[in-house]
Design a protein around this ligand. Structure first.
Ligand code: HGY
Ligand code: MN
Ligand code: MN
Length: 416
């Protein structure tokens, strides 16, 4: 069989559609860690992995793991992958495209009967978005050997602990460490992902090479004031938790708008008890702060904390800050950037390098091995939104470039 066998873009498309049907709600794609929708998605993915010639299993944290041996069994592997969980009311491609495209590349290799001088593992991570337990990158951290077992006590919004959810899913929380890969068994990690930003589209490019993934801090904030009667308590005697939170939100916006490429978001806010005629007594909200430069991100996080302390002290409400995530900026390895760039150039396309404002599993995998990423253009740069869209042509180009990168991958460069 010849080298003209390429990844099938229509099959990539169909598989993204099939995964999008594994959703909590029919009208809004939502699939969280250890849910029955995740079970359905994993069953599909494991089946596609086997059809592509891989052995496939769920690991100890629920990641899908497919393995395609090299020209002899047991060789170190090139790890490919992305995540299978989604945000709430998500698009169909964030994460999923990278998993199905990687499987499709192996499918093409297997159809050609081609084995490489290294193994390939395709990982479909069970949790990257962190929606269910408020802590992120759980699947990739388990693989990198950096999963923090104290997180097992975290509870979801129904009070179910991660420990319990793993058990209910049929997994043994005591065995998570076994999902970790050994450094010597892994040559590199490469991920295909939609850009989730507007740069490639603005420049008329279908793909790009990622230079680095911006670091991030996330916090869960609790403000405790005093609930009271909306009709009787004079304005100057109130301890309104929501009014304090509102000031905090604006302080975050102001601080993060003051530095180029620094971003800060309050994406979730809950007011208790939550009634028209009750002064809010308690508010929970989240903060997400990111920058390509770690020092600027850390300075902003410290300033935001100080500003919130001052606001809450002045308003006589109590402030609790729970840091839920910290990830430093993860650089993509120059040797992988170069090899991904060579694959793009070989398709007679311009090589555009860009950084990633979104977080990715590579932020965890970088503790295990060198990382590289290929971005695929998405419509209007829209993501974390059901309007997320790509074209069949771009799926085709991305998968072709990715297969070329895999086939020409030179692991020797890793140790050079
Ligand atoms: O939030 C992020 O950047 C990623 O999509 N999880
Ligand atoms: Mn995402
Ligand atoms: Mn993603």
């Amino acid at each position: 069989m010849g080298d003209d066998i390429l990844p099938s873009a229509p099959r990539i498309w169909e598989h993204c559609e099939a995964l999008a049907r594994c959703s909590e709600r029919a009208d809004a794609l939502t699939r969280v860690f250890l849910s029955k929708e995740q079970r359905a998605a994993s069953d599909l993915v494991l089946g596609w992995m086997r059809e592509a010639g891989m052995t496939a299993k769920l690991d100890e944290i629920g990641n899908c793991v497919g393995r395609y041996e090299g020209d002899r069994p047991g060789l170190p592997c090139l790890v490919l992958g992305s995540h299978l969980d989604t945000v709430r009311d998500a698009g169909k491609y964030d994460g999923m495209l990278g998993v199905v495209a990687a499987i499709e590349c192996v499918h093409a290799l297997n159809t050609k009967g081609k084995r490489l001088p290294f193994a390939i593992e395709v990982l479909g991570f069970a949790d990257e978005e962190g929606v269910r337990f408020g802590c992120t990158l759980l699947g990739s951290r388990a693989v990198a050997g950096t999963f923090d077992p104290t997180l097992l006590e975290k509870v979801d919004h129904e009070g179910v602990s991660m420990q319990q959810a793993l058990t209910d899913f049929g997994l043994d929380p005591a065995q998570i460490a076994r999902a970790a890969h050994q450094r010597d068994d892994v040559l590199a990690y490469a991920e295909l992902h939609i850009e989730q930003g507007p740069v490639l589209e603005a420049e008329g490019l279908s793909v790009g090479v990622v230079t680095a993934i911006n670091g991030a801090n996330r916090f869960l904030i609790e403000i405790d004031g005093m609930a009271g009667h909306a009709g009787t308590v004079p304005m100057n005697l109130r301890q309104d938790a929501l009014a304090a939170a509102a000031e905090c939100v604006l302080a975050i916006e102001r601080r993060c708008a003051s530095v180029p490429e620094l971003v800060g978001t309050v994406g979730k806010l809950e007011t208790l008890p939550g009634a028209t005629n009750v002064i809010p007594g308690k508010v929970f909200f989240t903060i997400d702060i990111r920058s390509p430069r770690d020092a600027e991100r850390l300075a902003a996080a410290a300033d935001v904390e100080q500003a919130m302390q001052a606001i809450c002290a002045r308003r006589k409400v109590a402030l609790k800050i729970d840091p839920t995530h910290e990830g430093r900026t993860a650089a993509c390895a120059p040797w992988l950037r170069e090899q991904i760039g060579q694959a793009i150039a070989a398709e007679r396309l311009p090589v555009r390098e860009l950084s990633s404002g979104a977080g990715h599993d590579g932020m965890a995998l970088v503790d295990l091995t060198d990382i590289g990423m290929l971005f695929v253009r998405c419509k209007g740069g829209v993501s974390h939104n059901p309007a997320e869209a790509i074209t069949l042509e771009d799926a085709d180009t991305g998968a072709r470039v990715f297969l070329r990168f895999i086939e020409n991958f030179r692991p020797g460069d890793a140790r050079a």
